[in-house]
Design a protein around this ligand. Structure first.
Ligand code: SF4
Ligand code: SF4
Length: 344
């Protein structure tokens, strides 16, 4: 029986586009806030978009840990904590779907990868894939980076976490993050350009080998209760699923795809020509999850959790305008090491 179900890649593209537009909007709002700071408070005040805290995953992880230890939500970057929990929750439902549905870096990476693949097919008549001997050790890099952060964070006491989160370095971390991109240094530009070129040659170079956030979600995704399952009775072994997989997973060889590299993009399911052969199913009960509701469910879960943050007054931070103006001129003298003095 041929597969007549609708391809959902268009709806995935629109969800990605929506989050990319949201990121640009946050960036523009932050641009005006940074302009106000730079003017020393002389220019008209423009409020800081709390959504910018989505780019502070380390601070958010520390906030989450502090919450588990004390039951309190740290007030400096509360929105970051809710975004972080929303991303973990989505990963728990659909695996590492954040990377292929929400993350703007993943979106850009995917477009560069598509372009790279077209060039490679023209030049070499096939897409380039690193040999396993190189791919496996490189893939472990992101886990080593994650291990470094996890070790540093998970060994901190509640008091050490609290003092790190209270410290000026953490308060100004979103401003410093903004300036990293807005006033990009020559060195950073070289690094970004190198990653861009590498992503043309090797699809998702940053995501696959270096992103510690992806590593964390990859581990989390193994616990996800929805998995891609192949019906071995109806599978014709055509390998269409494997050929489209951006993570180079040999989908046609598995009964259940259990991989930290699967980003739940559903391209394999869309490519499968035989109906009811490749589906997203719950681990327990093996109930099929209709792929056309994935994007909708991701948006609902994500925004319900952010809504809880807003409704409980844990969205805007508690830093006054005066405090920002006081800290801004010295922002480059704060570093995380000064916070670590407080580590027990
Ligand atoms: S296995 Fe399927 S859902 Fe997972 S990354 Fe590959 S194509 Fe996407
Ligand atoms: S696309 Fe994959 S799962 Fe579907 S029939 Fe071909 S090999 Fe089997």
């Amino acid at each position: 029986m041929t597969n007549k179900t609708t391809n959902i890649q268009n709806s995935r593209f629109y969800v990605q586009l929506f989050f990319a537009a949201l990121t640009i909007w946050i960036g523009i709002e932050f641009f005006f806030f940074a302009g106000w700071l730079e003017s020393g408070g002389v220019a008209e005040f423009s409020s800081r978009p709390p959504g910018a805290e989505a780019f502070l995953p380390i601070s958010s992880l520390m906030s989450l840990l502090l919450f588990f230890k004390t039951g309190e939500i740290h007030p400096v970057h509360p929105a970051g904590l809710f975004v972080f929990v929303a991303i973990l929750s989505v990963s728990f439902i659909f695996g590492k779907s954040f990377c292929s549905w929400i993350c703007p870096i993943g979106f850009i990476s995917e477009m560069i990868g598509d372009f790279g693949e077209k060039v490679q097919k023209k030049l070499f008549k096939r897409k380039l894939v690193l040999p396993k001997l190189l791919d496996y050790p490189l893939r472990s890099l992101k886990y080593l980076i994650l291990l470094f952060f996890a070790y540093s964070i998970f060994t901190m006491s509640a008091m050490a976490l609290q003092s790190f989160l209270d410290a000026p370095y953490n308060v100004m971390s979103d401003v410093k993050m903004y300036e990293f991109f807005a006033k990009v240094s020559q060195f950073s530009l070289i690094v970004i350009a190198s990653l861009f070129l590498l992503s043309i040659i090797i699809r998702n170079f940053w995501c696959r080998y270096l992103c510690p956030y992806g590593a964390l979600l990859g581990i989390f995704s193994l616990l996800s209760f929805n998995k891609i399952k192949r019906n071995t009775d109806t599978c014709t072994d055509c390998k269409a699923c494997t050929m489209v997989c951006p993570s180079n997973i040999k989908v046609h060889k598995y009964k259940t795809v259990v991989s930290d590299e699967c980003v739940s993009c559903i391209q394999c399911i869309d490519a499968c020509p035989v109906e009811n052969t490749l589906d997203l199913k719950t681990i327990v009960g093996k109930k099929k999850f209709d792929k056309k509701y994935i994007g909708f469910t991701i948006l609902i879960v994500y925004f319900i959790i952010l809504g809880i943050g807003v409704a409980t007054n844990n969205w805007e931070n508690n830093i006054s305008k005066e405090k920002y103006l006081e800290l801004y001129p010295n922002r480059n003298s704060f570093d995380h090491l000064s916070n670590n003095e407080n580590k027990k």
